[in-house]
Design a protein around this ligand. Structure first.
Ligand code: PEP
Ligand code: MN
Length: 300
């Protein structure tokens, strides 16, 4: 007898798709993740300055983003690297929401910070390094805010589903999963983008899945290709790093797209999104067509 996925992942029953359970659609500010609309979340790795976050917010909004990303509390690989602006960063994100109408996703690293971050953010991001911090997962779930749970860089799909189950168990159904690449023996890329993981999650779980090509690629050149692969694998949206001047970024500049690269990527992704039968944020379609034309001119 061949084992079913349901049997294989029986430990996390509430996460699994079955005949009785509808797909989860997560409502955010006037739109939803996991429905018919392809949702783009874009912005810098870290919130740095008012002009940086405002310029980025306005730009990504014009190109169809629904959500502004930006870290105020940053989990850095080096303890000596920039650790984020903290509360000041949250305030800048809220000001950008005020000006653009974009929803805000930002990381919360500690259960002590959950009430503060939940006051400013529309979606709480649990970072790769925190995926198995169950105290944080419980506190974040209980805040009632939608959660974007990033896959741990060394987490199996079963580990990922266990963390998802903890959030559901704590009474929060508004959970979005995010594939951001895992560690393998390959070192050319920062991480190995697990496209099969996205396909599997969409097949076995009822939760929306977002692809983060930036932290998988580690290099801006590869981001559009991984975004395309994520869409083909079934992702409901993208989380992508965009910076006005990546060379000067305070974190993750290597993998951040500049505005022109972001425009070209979004224009190029449009037919792939259409192939999935998904819609795009309507008022943005005209902008994308313009960017598409500009890209064609640049190539031609
Ligand atoms: C980020 O989104 O900037 C980030 C730190 O991501 P991850 O937790 O996937 O490394
Ligand atoms: Mn980053």
């Amino acid at each position: 007898m061949r084992e079913s996925w349901q049997e294989r992942f029986a430990e996390t029953p509430d996460v699994l798709l079955d005949a009785r359970r509808q797909r989860t659609i997560v409502p955010v500010l006037g739109f939803a993740v996991g429905g018919d609309e392809f949702v783009t979340m874009a912005g810098p790795c870290s919130v740095e300055t008012e002009s940086q976050i405002m310029a980025t917010a306005k730009h990504v909004r014009r190109m169809g983003a629904r959500v502004l990303r930006g870290g105020a509390f940053k989990p850095r690989s080096s303890p000596y690297a920039f650790q984020g602006l903290g509360l000041e960063g949250l305030k800048l994100l809220a000001a950008a929401r005020e000006q653009t109408g974009l929803a805000i996703v930002t990381e919360v690293m500690s259960e002590c910070d959950v009430p503060l971050v939940a006051e400013y953010a529309d979606i709480l991001q649990i970072g790769s390094r925190s995926m198995e911090n169950y105290t944080l997962l419980e506190a974040a779930a209980r805040s009632g805010r939608p959660i974007l749970l990033k896959r741990g860089m060394m987490a199996t799909i079963a580990d990922f589903l266990r963390s998802a189950q903890v959030i559901l168990d704590n009474g929060n159904p508004n959970l979005i999963l995010c594939e951001r690449g895992i560690r393998t023996f390959e070192t050319a890329m920062r991480n190995t983008f697990d496209a099969a993981g996205i396909a599997l999650l969409k097949q076995i779980a009822h939760l929306p899945v977002i692809a983060d090509p930036s932290h998988a690629a580690g290099h801006h050149d590869l981001v559009p290709a991984l975004a395309r692969i994520g869409i083909a694998a079934g992702a409901d949206g993208l989380l992508v790093e965009v910076h006005p001047n990546p060379d000067k970024a305070w974190s993750d500049g290597e993998q951040s797209l500049d505005f022109a690269e972001f425009d070209a990527m979004m224009a190029a992704l449009e037919p792939w999104i259409a192939l999935r039968g998904m819609t795009l944020h309507e008022e943005m379609l005209g902008q994308r067509e313009l960017a598409g034309l500009r890209t064609l001119e640049a190539v031609g």
